[in-house]
Design a protein around this ligand. Sequence first.
Ligand code: MSP
Length: 642
Amino acid sequence: MKDTFYITTPIYYPSDKLHIGNTYCTVAVDVMARYKRLRGYDVKFLTGTDDHGQKIERVAEAAGVTPIEYVDRIVDMTKKLWKTMNCAYDVFMRTTEPFHIKACQRLFKTLFDKGDIYKGHYEGLYCVQCETFFTKTQAPDNLCADCGRPLETVREESYFFRQSKYQDQLLKHIEDNPDFIRPESRKNEMVSFIKSGLEDVAVSRTTFKWGIPVGFDEGHVIYVWFDALPNYVTALGLFGEDDSEYKKYWPADVHMVGKDILRFHTILWPTMLMALGEPLPKTVFGTGWLLIDGAKMSKSKGNVVDPEILVEKYGVDAVRYFLMREVVMGQDGNYTEEALASRINADLANDLGNLLSRAAGMIDKYFGGTLPAEHKATSFDESLINTAGQTIVKSAAAMDRIAFSEALTEIWTMVRRANKYVDETEPWTLFRNGDKTALAGALYNLAEILRLSAILISPVMPDTSAEIFRQLGITDDSLKTWNSLSFGGLPKSITIVKGAAMFPRIDLKAAFGEPDKPAEPNADVKTEAKAAPAVKTENYIGIEDFAKLELRVGIVKSCEKVSEKLLKSQIEIGGETRQILSGIAERFTPEDMIGKAVVVVTNLKPIKLRGHMSEGMILAAGEGEGLRLVTADGADSGAKVK
Ligand code: MSP
C-alpha cells in the first residue's frame, strides 16, 4: 500500500474574487501535492471556501443578495481560477455543505457534553474583516492587530471553549515535535504568544445569523473559525457517516496557511483536537505574504493583482514558476509585473527555453531529427553528469523541506551547466570536423538533461514539462517518472518533434520603460497656469464607467514636502491610512493640508514618485494660483463620493 500524504490550503473567504496573494498559497500546495504524487504517495489535496461569518453576511447584504447566492457566485469563480492555475485539488470543501454542518454540530455537542464548552457572556472587541476577537489589552487603541481596522465592541451571550486548559499540553507538543510549526521563526512567535497565557475563546455568536446553528440553543451560531478549522477533518468524514478516509489520511501532513492565520492553526485548532482526543497535524507551515511595494496585497487597499489576467498575458507556468522561485517559502516576497517578466526572460527564455530550442534545433539540423545510436563521449561529459546527479539529490532534499525556491535554483544550476556544455563542446565544430559520434553523444547529453529537468520541474510547471517531453519525442511514460531520474535512462536514438519556442522573450524596455527612470512627479495634478478648456459634451461615458472610480473622503493627518512640487500626505480613509503624493507643493504648504477632508481616488494603481509610494490621488481643481482642493468638509472619513 502506498504511503499517504494529506495537504491542505486554508479555506478562503468567498467575500470577493481571489487575488494573486491567495493564489500563491494554493499554487504552493499544488506544487507539493504534485511532487508527492511524483514520489509515489497516495495524495489527498484539500482546498475550499469558508462560506459563513459576519463578513460574508455583510458583503451579501451590501450586494442585495442572500449570503448563499453571494458565495455561490464567488465559489464558481474560485473553482475556475484553480482550473486556470492548473491546481489539481482532490476535494473542494465548502462549509455550507450539509455534511459539514451536521459534523460541526456533533463536534460542538461532543465538547459541550465533555465540559470543554460552557456558556457565558462575552464582552470585548471584534474585527469583522479578520473574524477575530481581541481583548482590550491586545488592542488598546481599538484597532485590529492584524489588519489595522477599527474594532467593534461585542457584548453577547456566548459559548466558550476551554482553550486555557490545554496550554501546557500544547507547549509540550510544540517542544516534542520540532516540525509542528514551521518555519522556526514563526514557531518562536507562537510559543511566546502561548506562554503569555491562553484564554478561553468565545465560540458562538448571537448577533447575526449566517453561520451553523449550535443546534441545541436557539439563536447561537458557531463562531466562524470554530466552523472553519474542522473542515480539515469533516472533509474526511470525521463526525459524519463514514470516517474511513479520516482513518486513512489523518493526521494531515501539512496545513499550509498564511502567517496571518497561523495562530488559529497552531493554537485554536490543536487545542480543539486535544479536547476531542484526536491526533494533531504533523506540520503547520506559515507562508509569507506577497507584497506590492512593501504592503500586503488586499482588496481594500485596491492594490490587488488578478492572476487570470497575468496567466492570459504570460502563461500559467510562467506565473507558477515566478511565485515559487521569487518568493522564498516562509518569507514575504515582493510582486511586480516587471520582476515577473524579467524572470521569464532570464530563467525561462534564456536558460530553459534556449536549451530546448538549441538541442532540438541541432538534432534536427545535423541529424534530420533522429539521433543515431552510436555515441562517443567528450571530455566535458563527466562534469555535466556529476552536476545532474547532484541536482537530483539537492533539489529533492529542498522539495522535501518545502523549500521550492531553493529546489528551482538547484535545477537551474543544471540547466545553465548544460547551456555552458554547448559552448564547451561546440557541436557545430564537431559537425564541421565530421565527428558524428561525438556530436551525437553531445546532443544526447543535452536531451537527457532536458528530460531530467522536465521531471524535476513537473510539480511547478506541469505544462512545460509535458511540452519538453513532447518536443524530445518521449512518449514512454516510464521515462517521465521519479524512478527514471538517473542520467542515461533516455534511449540512445530519439526522434524529436519540432515545436515553437516555449517562452518568447519579452521586450522589457517596451513594456516597462527604461529601468529606474524617475517617474514624472506631477503627472496627476498639473500646476502650471493654463486657460481652462471648455467643458466638452461629446465623449460621454456611462454610469458604469463612472462607477469604476472609487472616490472617498479622507482626512489629512500629516503632510510633508518631499520636493519642489511634491507633497507627501498621510491620509486616514475610514480607519485605514494611505500615503499619497500630490504635485501641489507650489500652491499648498503641509500646514494648509493637515486636517482637510479631501476627496481621494482610492482605486488608482499605486505608483512610486521620487522614491515614495503613492497609493491614490487627491482631487484638485484649477491651475497655478487658482488651484483648489476638492474638499468635503464635515463628511465622515471613508465616506463614498458618488
Ligand atoms: N477563511 C480563513 C481561513 C480559514 S482556514 C480554516 C481566511 N481566509 S482568507 O481568504 O482571508 O485568507 C486565506 C489565505 O490567503 C490566508 O492564508 C492568507 O494569508 C492568504 N493571503 C491573503 N493575502 C495574501 C497575500 N497578499 N499574500 C499571501 N497570502 C495571502 O483567512
